[in-house]
Design a binder for this molecule. Structure first.
Ligand code: AMP
Length: 550
């Protein structure tokens, strides 16, 4: 017997319908060079219609890729709706990538039109003559219509965003979409090899949005004001723009000021932000700034933090500022919500901190397992055994664009994440490392993440990254790259740090060397870039090891 429910196509047009019908008055605020730009969902809807008309006039057809190279701002949000809702595919380009990666990605996706913020136009210069699929470039001026010169571009026809919109009408005949159609593309950050294209469908985005909104997941509501520091090119800003549209949440965009703690704090204060989202490095900077300047953000109820493990020192520093971090795990290939570290009311304080520092429990809608890297066998959830996280569900990738890395799916259809974790009997996931970062010393494993967190708990240390370097006797040994807090620069020693670690990690985990640096290199999405550290690392010597291990 078949169910008698409607075959309603799950598409982002539904989110557009909601912002038009229900959330017209809700504000969308953007920090621009010339000041604060203010609009509402209600004012945006006719512009989204006009934009769809403009795309059609440019010859954009269903399935065509439309690229964006833009900050978190209101025009980018208009593209988030117009492109997928008219049947095309929104491809958000990472503006921090090297030109050769951008070139690779644009060619791999065969983008047809490119929307670029005026301040990012220089990024296109090195691509002239190398991205032939782009037929049109649309320039988004920071304020009124952009100032253009053909020589600025040299790529393709260049149009102005505001003039394009002005030439269209306020209604667009939105087509009937199939939920299986592609809605958006995002490339992985490519820490190994070339980036790979993840293609989200309307269905996956719709269900992911519902997932993000659940109370035990991120739980964004109509009463929130969201400030996404996480870029709109990083896994669709973690799905937050659509979740905000679905719920009717005010959005406050930091524009190109996302890396500036002072701007974030000011914006959050002025706009009464309740909900922040970003990677740990952003909050390390923000906590430092707030502490130094005696700032508080009493309206903020949640700071979603993911993308890398949250160090305990950061969780505590933010708690002391009255900012509650909600730790979440995911990846571009999981749309990205995978798990959230919510803790049941009534949990004892020590247990609460321990659980908040885990990657949490898998989000409803996603299934998880850990598997032995050698045998591939599923491992027990006993909090001890660790293996590769594998996931499946309606918003998990089943492959990459153009068929790269076909072996990312197991034979029985689970996605292999490359993250190594243990899972407690009650389902809390504890990521031990990335498969490629775990340090293999004398046949045993050392978690670079745990060691980093232990080092970052030292009061004189701001940031620390740990990598394994080749070792003649032990195969690999850990080396710490540590950044002292500005006030302790030159006043912290290797011996002091190693002594600090002695009662916190096993003796054979103690690093062979601590190297002090000014800043840990970061990837294009703000994570510690261990690839860069490894590439420039001076080898370690056996003598040093023996000295430390005494
Ligand atoms: P990306 O696709 O750039 O979002 O990177 C995804 C990867 O970031 C994951 O596979 C993890 O290795 C890492 N990651 C994301 N969130 C966390 C977290 N909460 N704790 C530890 N690692 C994380």
């Amino acid at each position: 017997m078949e169910g008698l429910m409607q075959d309603y196509e799950l598409s982002l047009q539904h989110v557009l319908w909601r912002i038009e019908r229900l959330h017209q008055k809700r504000e969308v605020v953007t920090k621009r060079d010339e000041g604060i730009h203010r609009t509402t969902y209600g004012e945006m809807v006719p512009r989204i219609n006009r934009l769809a008309g403009a795309l059609k006039r440019m010859g954009v057809k269903p399935g065509d890729r439309v690229a964006t190279l833009a900050w978190n701002n209101n025009r980018h949000l208009e593209l988030y709706y117009a492109v997928p809702c008219m049947g095309a595919v929104l491809h958000t380009l990472n503006l921090r990538l090297f030109p050769q990666h951008l070139e690779f990605i644009i060619n791999d996706a065969e983008d047809k039109v490119l929307f670029v913020d005026q301040s990012l136009l220089p990024l296109l210069k090195p691509l002239v003559g190398k991205i032939p699929s782009i037929k049109t470039v649309v320039l988004m001026g920071d304020g009124a219509p952009a100032q253009m010169a053909k020589s600025d571009n040299g790529l393709a026809d260049m149009l102005d965003y505001e003039k394009l919109l002005a030439a269209e009408t306020e209604s667009y005949p939105w087509p009937k979409l199939s939920e299986r159609m592609a809605a958006a593309m995002c490339y992985t950050s490519g820490t190994t090899g070339n980036p790979k294209g993840v293609v989200y469908s309307h269905r996956s985005q719709f269900i992911h949005t519902m997932g993000v909104l659940q109370g035990d997941n991120l739980g964004l509501t109509e009463n929130d004001a969201l400030l996404p520091v996480v870029p709109m090119f990083h896994a669709n800003s973690w799905g937050l723009p659509y979740a905000a549209g679905m719920a009717g949440t005010k959005i406050v965009f930091p524009g190109r000021f996302s890396a500036d703690a002072k701007s974030i704090v000011e914006l959050a204060e002025q706009e009464e932000v309740t909900f922040l989202a970003g990677v740990p490095t952003v909050w390390i900077g923000l906590a430092n700034y707030m502490k130094e300047n005696g700032k508080r953000l009493p309206k903020v109820r949640t700071v979603v933090c993911g993308g890398s493990a949250v160090p305990q020192a950061l969780m505590e520093a933010m708690d002391n500022l009255g900012l509650r971090i909600l730790h979440a795990w995911g990846m571009t290939e999981t749309s990205p919500l995978g798990s959230v570290a919510r803790v049941a009311a009534g949990t004892k304080p020590e247990a609460e901190m321990r659980l908040r520092l885990t990657q949490g429990r898998v989000a409803p809608g996603v299934e998880i397992r850990i598997s032995d890297p050698a045998s591939g066998e599923e491992l027990a959830w006993d909090g001890v055994a660790f293996g590769e996280i594998q996931v499946r569900g309606p918003w998990i990738a089943r492959g990459y664009h153009n068929g790269y890395d076909a072996d990312k799916l197991t034979e029985d259809g689970w996605f292999r994440t490359g993250d190594v974790a243990k899972i407690s009997p009650d389902g809390y996931i504890q990521i031990v490392d990335r498969t490629k970062d775990v340090i293999k010393s004398g046949g045993e494993w050392i978690s670079s993440v745990e060691l980093e967190n232990a080092v970052m708990a030292h009061p004189k240390i701001l940031e620390a990254a740990v990598i394994g370097l080749p070792h003649p006797k032990w195969d690999e040994r850990p080396v710490v790259y540590a950044v002292p807090r500005p006030e302790f620069k030159g006043q912290v020693t290797q011996d002091e740090l190693i002594d600090f670690l002695r009662d916190k990690v096993a003796k054979w985990w103690l690093p062979d060397e601590v190297r002090f640096i000014d800043e840990v290199p970061k990837t294009s999405v703000g994570k510690f870039d261990k690839k860069v550290l490894r590439a420039s690392a001076v080898p370690i010597t056996a003598e040093v090891t023996e000295e430390v291990r005494k």
